[in-house]
Write a protein that binds this ligand. Structure first.
Ligand code: ZN
Length: 397
């Protein structure tokens, strides 16, 4: 038996005036997703537990069969794992953004998408000057990491920089402000300004008319999560196919193989065909494959209806269709399509709404559903369940 889970990040949406009161999924031409829905069973998943932030990390952890309330410790440690920074017990990993500060405000949460090459120079400088407090690690572009040995910093309140663009720096620093650890780390963030503003990388950026990476922003911190391996918990070997660090990090902690696909960018231009091809090849050596595609989420954040539909249709024709063609060679199989969370065009951010999911077994039963979208799943036989129960349900047969 082979299992395939296809996750269209942020694919679910709300009805839009521009689409005659229909959702992007409803107007997209998706015969392959419809095939799974009409030949399988359908329902809604609550991928974000009550009281938690609707992040892709939380949602995908739930889809992989782990209760985020029990296992989630923050995004920092997930990204650390994906770049090979192994956290020891007692260590805490922060996401360390390069940002642009201007007139005391956070002007740009990614310093104009600074290049990894430039970040590499800045990270080196940070480690030389501020390395006594902890270690800075190079990630990709503005997305870097900071690891320190002090488990108490895990409980500080930190602000995601993309949520506070245009707001003041001071009032959004780590808090409580009178906490010694918060004070120390806030001082480090301010010292980074002195160090970075005069760095040749930034001087050059300013000449070129780009936003300088003139401050670091620490957030999303947590200790190493303690999770049973997927193989131990569910008895199957698995692999992930994704262009996104967070999902790769989950893969590391769960003992899944992260399959590197050339051209998987985590953006609109991702190579859908390559993802499908690598997925099919990896089924020879793994029982379950998670294929994650970021494009619809990026389109949701950008409020771009056209790109969202294009992303959904590309997933359908190039990934779902290809898998449906190739899976019969494995005899018994199961395939599921779902988003991790909704990223509605109207709100341009993630929401906690339960998402529709469809599962089709090669020799399984079907329900009354004939299409795949946010509304058709209401006719499904699976009802609404907690996201972390999806895996049990999926692997039941
Ligand atoms: Zn997501």
């Amino acid at each position: 038996m082979k299992y395939v889970v296809i996750i269209g990040d942020g694919m679910a949406d709300y009805p839009l005036n521009e689409l005659n009161n229909k959702t992007p999924l409803q107007v997209s031409v998706i015969p392959n997703m419809d095939y799974i829905a009409s030949n399988g069973v359908n329902g809604f998943l609550k991928t974000i537990p009550d009281g938690m932030e609707p992040g892709s990390d939380v949602a995908n952890l739930a889809i992989m069969g782990y209760n985020p309330k029990k296992y989630y410790t923050g995004r920092g440690p997930l990204e650390a794992a994906s770049i090979g920074a192994n956290l020891k017990s007692g260590e805490v990993a922060f996401r360390c953004n390069f940002i642009t500060e201007k007139d005391g405000k956070l002007a740009d949460f990614n310093a104009n998408h600074i290049s990894t090459e430039e970040s590499k120079e800045l990270i080196k400088a940070l480690n030389n000057e501020l390395g006594h407090i902890g270690t800075f690690y190079l990630g990709v572009s503005y997305r870097n990491l900071f690891v320190m040995e002090n488990e108490n910093v895990a409980s500080l309140k930190s602000m995601p920089p993309h949520d506070i663009v245009g707001e003041g720096i001071e009032e959004n620093l780590l808090s409580p402000f009178d906490n010694d650890n918060a004070e120390l780390l806030n001082r480090i963030m301010k010292e980074s300004q002195e160090l970075l503003k005069n760095h040749p990388v930034n001087k050059k950026r300013i000449v070129e008319g780009k936003n300088p990476a003139n401050m670091i922003w620490l957030w999303g911190q947590g200790p190493k999560p303690e999770m049973p391996l997927f193989k131990e918990k569910y008895g199957f070997t698995g692999a992930t196919i994704t262009g996104v660090d967070l999902i790769k990090g989950l893969g590391v902690y769960l003992g899944l193989t992260n399959i590197d696909v050339p051209g998987a960018t985590g953006y609109f231009d991702t190579d859908y065909d390559a993802k499908a091809k690598y997925a099919i090849n990896s089924l020879d050596t793994h029982d379950i494959i998670f294929i994650h595609v970021e494009a619809p989420d990026e389109a949701g954040h950008a409020g771009n209806i056209e790109e969202k539909i294009k992303g959904i249709e590309s997933i359908d024709s190039k990934i779902v269709g290809k898998l449906l063609d190739e899976l019969p060679q494995f005899n018994d199989y199961a395939i599921s399509i779902l988003p991790d969370h909704a990223t509605p065009i109207k709100v341009k951010t993630h929401t906690v709404d339960p998402v529709p999911y469809a599962i089709c077994y090669s020799n399984g039963s079907k329900d009354e559903t004939s299409q795949y979208n946010e509304f058709s799943a209401k006719r499904g036989s699976l009802g609404t369940i907690e996201g972390y129960n999806f895996m049990k349900k999926f692997l039941m047969k």
